[in-house]
Structures are given as structure tokens and as C-alpha cells.
Design a protein around this ligand. Structure first.
Ligand SMILES: Cc1cc2nc3c(=O)[nH]c(=O)nc-3n(C[C@H](O)[C@H](O)[C@H](O)COP(=O)(O)OP(=O)(O)OC[C@H]3O[C@@H](n4cnc5c(N)ncnc54)[C@H](O)[C@@H]3O)c2cc1C
Length: 546
């Protein structure tokens, strides 16, 4: 099979003509190409090569269709983003040169059903907006939230197959009924939505006939302008649990102990286990003075830092959801499963957290802990487990920035934070978790970075290891070193059978192959987008076989 999508060459005259069309359609407020804004939009948290040629801000699906038609007419590619905060994977920067199609103005919640538990939203709807909407409506439904900022979009995250913390944490798994502007400008409804007036458009994913939802995440085959998201009824009872284990070797037995609980349904949510580097980076700043400016932090220094913080080599957290009886039984089973494998396990609910907040001094004296510090670590995780987004984790992107994060208006792209995620997927086994984390630790330290890692028990059968390459982009040579580290990591992990679940824009080629899979994707791309107008290179850099 030999099918190739035509490679676009953006001639300045074509860009001028296309921009003229967009300007007539959207007006100067929403179609612009001020050099400073273009530079800012092309900047991510690592080195990228795609440039933003113009910024377009449509406010309706019809305007999106209009932008696409103009793009096709003049052969100028578009790179759609929802809120464009894809930090650590490319932010707003396109894979290859393109006009940025920013969908943040399309931010209406257009459908809501309390009984059936869903909302239908546009791409600009943020985590904060959905939370406030549910609160304003006195809803008994919970959303899921990621650890990225409350200002991140729900559709954008789903288009990257992101995940959160609650039982609804698999975002593609809890979304359906996509409305998509195709590269031709036509409008497609997936699932049952293609039947005019179908009552189940927001309720079932498969529809009748081929299921097309999967084509539009991690791809460049269309622009999603609406999507339905399922929500969970607030459980009658909820408790969070937190545990630590002292040694790096303690991870594998913990994973083995947790898997049966996940398989049988005692644990229903995405559970996260972070290593000492990750926890220390989340709760503070790089100890520049103590280590006299040296990087990376070695094992000995980390052991000292983590003891001062009172955490182990690994710290885990998760939620228990259900009736009071369910939660009580789940606690018993969890305690029993982890006995002897963790040093400490603590359960926290609204009541205990309230007491901690009301009587910090007395509790601090009694338990010999710094309650303010404990709450600073506990609060954001506890919120996320209840589907409440939090701004706190974003500060960790400033780990290696000597000045630390600004007091407000954090913007890792603008501030030169270096952040690159490598996220391999692995079987839900202790052996795989140990192999991947040992390998990643070695590669990162060899390249001069702290091996910050978390293991997420993403599903019953699969773990995701999120490995953070964190640095300061303003230090000469660091971008190159981070990129070399990433490539080496992916190569070594692929060699052992651990592919990434998601890719940074600079590395779409790291998993390219000459397989029938790649040929089929290229054939679909050529059929739907012969002009290669939508996000060229995004998850489709494979060269078709001759
Ligand atoms: C501290 C920190 C914590 C984080 N925690 C998490 C986490 O818990 N889980 C997680 O998944 N991520 C996490 N991230 C990564 C990232 O910031 C989030 O995934 C974020 O939601 C992505 O940005 P966005 O929502 O603005 O999506 P966007 O940047 O708008 O979209 C992402 C990509 O999807 C495509 N896309 C977007 N919208 C559309 C559309 N309408 N049609 C077609 N294609 C589209 C584009 O190619 C775009 O580049 C974290 C980042 C940081 C810095």
C-alpha cells in the first residue's frame, strides 16, 4: 500500500492570502499575527521546531469550518488546540509550521443531565468552569480532574488521552458523541449522534456500524468542536488513603498487593505512587544552597531530603468510593493487603481533614508533625481524588528555576521552565514497575537530571509510568541534553517492550515504524485530509511502505 498525504509548503504569498481570508471571517481581534504573540505561542517547555504562523480564534463551529475551508484553499495548515496548555508535551507549539487554531472562545456547556450523569461541552470548557457549573446547579455529580491547572480544557486533555484520579480517570473511556469538523470542512457526528434527534447520542460510544471516536484522539484527522463527558454520582462515602514505603525495592511488592484489589473492584480509581524525587519536587524547590549549585541531586542527598520531609522512597495515594459499608470493607482489605509492605498507611476523610484544619497547633504537638506542611502536600491530592482541580502542582514545573515560581500567573512556557514527560505503559506487575523505574532512574541520572517518577495504576491491567525531565531552559545546553535524555529513554524502553502512551511534539518520530498500522493511518489521513491541512506530523510521521 502506498498512500502519502501531500506535504504542505507554506509559501509567504499563500500565507498572506489565507490570512486575508481569516481576517475577513474573524476580524482583527480574532485573527492576528503580531510577532511577539507568535513567538510566545511557538514556545513550549522544551525545544520545538514548529512555528506558529498566525493565531485564529473562532467562536463557533461554523467559524471553525470557515477557517478550515480557507486553509484548504491556500494550502496553509492549521494546528487546533483547546486551551493550549499541553505542558511537558508541547504546550501550543505545532509539530510543523501552522496557523494556531485556538478554540478557547468556544466554551459553552451545551448539554447537562443530572440523572444520566453527563455534560456536553465545547473545547474551551475548562476544568474550573465545569466544576463551577456543577456547583451552581447543586449537582450531585462529580467530574474527574487532572493535576494540570484548573484552566486546562477537558476536550484538549481527552484528545491526548490524558487521565486523572477518580473512577472516571480514563478520559477517552468516559467520553463519547464527538462532533468533528473534518479537514474538508464537513461536520461529522460519531456514535448515535449521526441520527437526527437520537436520544442516546451522549450515552453510548459504539453507535451502530464502525466506531469512529478513536480516530480523533492522538491524531490529525479532524477538529473536535463538541463532546459528551460522563460524570459519576457523588459517592455516599469517600476516604483517601496515603502510604509510604521506605526503600526503592518496596515498589514491586506494593504493586503486586494492589493489583488483586484493582482487579476485583475494591480499588476503582487511578492510583498514583510517586518516588522521593517526585514528592520532594512537588513540595519545594531545588536545594541550590545546600548542594552548592550542583546538579543533579544524587541518591544520598535525596535520602537526606526525604527523611527531613518524613516521606519514604515511594509515596502512594488513592481514593475509596462507595457506601459507608463498601468503604469500610475496602479499608480493611487495603490494610490487610499492604501489611508489612508499607511503613505507614493513613486514611483521610472530610471530617479528619476538617479537624486538622481547625486545630493545627494541638494536632501538630500531639502527632509531632508540621500541620501546615502536611496540609500543603495533602490538600491538592485530596482534592484531585474528589475530582476537584487544583493549581498547586504547576509550581513543580519551576523545580530547577533559581528564582522559583512567581507568586501568581504561573506560565512555564513564558518563564523558561524545562519540562519534558516520558510516559511508558507497562503491565500491572511489580516486576515491570521495578524494571522501568530502575532503567529510567539510571538514564536520567546519567544525563544530569533528577529521576522524578510516578507510577499510576491506570487500569486493572496496566500501569503508566510518568517520568519527568525537569530543567531550566535558560541554562545553555540543557535543551539539547533533555532531548538526548528523552530519546535515549524511549529507545531503551521500546527495546524492552515499553512504548509511551503519549508523545511530545518534538518526538512524534520516536515511535514511527514501517508497519501495516502506519500505512493504514497514512491511508486514512490521505483519504480524509489530502491537503495535509490539519496538524501535519501529529502522531503520524510514519513513512508509508513502498
Ligand atoms: C504540573 C502538571 C501536571 C499535569 N498533570 C496531568 C495529569 O494529571 N493528567 C494529564 O493527562 N496531563 C497532565 N498534565 C499535562 C497537560 O498539562 C494536560 O494534559 C493538559 O490538560 C493539556 O492541555 P490542554 O488541556 O490545554 O489541551 P490542549 O493543549 O488544548 O490540547 C492538547 C493537544 O490535543 C489536540 N487538540 C486539542 N484540542 C483539540 C480539538 N478540539 N480537536 C482536535 N485536536 C485537539 C492538539 O494537538 C493539542 O496540542 C500536567 C502538566 C503539568 C505541568
Amino acid at each position: 500500500m502506498t498512500v502519502t498525504a501531500r506535504a504542505p509548503a507554506v509559501a509567504p504569498s499563500a500565507l498572506d492570502s489565507a490570512f486575508g481570508g481569516w481576517l475577513r471571517l474573524l476580524g482583527p481581534e480574532r485573527a492576528h499575527r503580531d510577532a511577539r504573540a507568535l513567538r510566545a505561542a511557538s514556545r513550549a517547555t522544551f525545544a520545538t521546531s514548529g512555528t506558529v504562523l498566525a493565531i485564529l480564534e473562532p467562536a463557533s463551529r461554523e467559524e471553525v469550518q470557515g477557517c478550515v475551508k480557507i486553509a484548504n484553499q491556500y494550502g496553509v495548515p492549521l494546528y487546533p488546540v483547546s486551551t493550549g496548555k499541553n505542558w511537558g508535551y508541547g504546550s501550543r507549539a505545532p509539530v510543523r509550521d501552522a496557523a494556531l487554531l485556538y478554540l478557547g472562545r468556544m466554551n459553552r456547556i451545551v448539554g447537562f443531565d443530572e440523572d444520566l450523569g453527563y455534560v456536553t461541552i465545547e473545547p474551551g470548557v475548562t476544568q474550573r468552569q465545569l466544576l463551577e457549573f456543577l456547583r451552581e446547579h447543586g449537582s450531585r455529580l462529580w467530574m474527574d480532574a487532572t493535576g494540570a491547572s484548573p484552566e486546562c480544557s477537558i476536550i484538549g486533555n481527552t484528545m491526548e488521552r490524558g487521565f486523572g484520579h477518580t473512577p472516571m480517570g480514563d478520559h477517552c473511556g468516559t467520553a463519547c458523541g464527538l462532533e468533528v469538523v473534518l479537514p474538508t470542512g464537513e461536520l461529522l457526528q460519531t456514535g448515535f449522534g449521526r441520527f437526527e434527534g437520537a436520544h442516546t447520542a451522549a450515552l453510548g460510544r459504539w453507535g451502530v456500524g464502525p466506531s469512529l471516536d478513536g480516530l480523533f484522539s492522538q491524531s490529525n484527522l479532524g477538529i473536535v468542536t463538541r463532546m459528551s463527558v460522563w460524570l459519576m454520582p457523588a459517592p455516599e462515602a469517600f476516604e483517601a488513603f496515603f502510604f509510604t514505603c521506605a526503600t526503592a525495592e518496596g515498589l514491586a511488592p506494593v504493586i503486586e498487593a494492589i493489583r488483586p484489589l484493582r482487579m476485583e473492584g475494591t480499588l476503582r480509581s487511578v492510583m498514583h505512587i510517586g518516588n522521593d524525587y517526585k514528592v520532594v519536587a512537588a513540595s519545594g524547590r531545588y536545594p541550590w544552597e545546600e548542594v552548592e549549585g550542583r546538579t543533579p541531586l544524587g541518591r544520598e542527598e535525596m535520602t537526606r531530603l526525604r527523611s527531613a520531609l518524613g516521606v519514604g522512597a515511594w509515596s502512594g495515594s488513592g481514593g475509596l468510593y462507595g457506601t459507608p459499608a463498601h468503604v469500610k470493607e475496602a479499608k480493611r482489605r487495603l490494610r490487610h493487603a499492604l501489611a508489612g509492605k508499607v511503613d505507614r498507611i493513613q486514611f483521610v476523610n472530610d471530617r479528619t481533614l476538617g479537624i486538622l484544619r481547625r486545630f493545627p497547633k494541638a494536632i501538630g504537638r500531639l502527632m509531632r508533625i508540621d500541620v501546615a506542611k502536611t496540609l500543603a502536600v495533602l490538600d491538592p491530592v485530596y482534592s484531585l481524588l474528589k475530582g476537584v482541580p487544583t493549581a498547586s502542582p504547576l509550581a513543580s514545573a519551576y523545580w530547577r528555576k533559581k528564582g522559583g515560581p512567581p507568586a501568581m500567573d504561573l506560565d512555564p512556557d513564558r518563564d523558561g521552565c524545562g519540562l519534558l514527560w516520558c510516559s511508558p505503559v507497562l503491565p500491572n506487575t511489580g516486576a515491570a514497575a521495578a524494571e522501568v523505574t530502575t532503567l529510567a532512574s539510571r538514564v536520567l541520572l546519567e544525563h544530569g537530571f533528577e529521576p522524578q517518577m510516578s507510577i499510576s495504576v491506570a487500569t486493572e491491567r496496566m500501569l503508566v509510568c510518568v517520568i519527568t525531565i525537569s530543567y531550566d531552559r535558560d541554562v545553555a545546553g540543557e535543551d539539547e541534553r533533555a532531548s538526548a535524555c528523552y530519546r535515549r529513554l524511549v529507545q531503551d524502553l521500546l527495546g524492552r517492550g515499553y512504548p509511551p502512551y503519549r508523545l511530545p511534539v518534538s518526538s512524534m518520530d520516536t515511535v514511527s515504524d514501517r508497519s501495516t498500522f502506519a500505512d493504514t493511518v497514512a491511508a486514512i489521513k490521505a483519504a480524509l485530509d489530502p491537503g495535509n491541512i490539519i496538524a501535519p506530523g501529529r502522531y503520524s510521521s510514519a513513512t508509508p511502505r513502498d
